[in-house]
Design a protein around this ligand. Structure first.
Ligand code: AMP
Length: 114
């Protein structure tokens, strides 16, 4: 199986502005930021999207969420708030078929989202 775009970023075959990494996840700045802070938090395991996560993925999914909150805290977003987004499939506008959490902050968000 060929590597996904985000696996190539995680393996540093494609450059990125890395924000955090450990043995399970990497986080880097989105190349097309939609807010003053826009970071993608990605499991090294290439789960295509949340709909395809399996019960045995629960540890990495929990880790991913906890790291998203930790990175938001480290970037100074805790008090002002931030949004975490997972796009799943065509109606959500999913573009990269490798699970990732968008961390968006630094401006007022609207609801409902577009
Ligand atoms: P999604 O629509 O949820 O699949 O989001 C994919 C995201 O990946 C988009 O926000 C893109 O701007 C972002 N993206 C695509 N290529 C890169 C890249 N090489 N480095 C950083 N972010 C990227």
């Amino acid at each position: 199986m060929s590597k996904t775009l985000f696996q190539k970023i995680a393996d540093k075959e494609i450059p990125s502005a890395l924000v955090y990494e450990d043995d399970q996840v990497v986080a880097f700045k989105d190349i097309d930021p939609q807010a003053p802070t826009h970071v993608l938090i990605v499991p090294r395991k290439p789960i295509p999207r949340i709909a395809e996560a399996r019960p045995e993925d629960h540890k990495v999914l929990g880790h991913l969420l906890l790291k998203a909150a930790e990175i938001a805290r480290r970037l100074g977003l805790e008090k002002s708030g931030y949004r975490l987004v997972l796009n799943n499939g065509p109606h959500a506008g999913e573009a990269v078929p490798h699970l990732h959490i968008h961390l968006l902050g630094g401006r007022q968000m609207k609801w409902p989202p577009g």
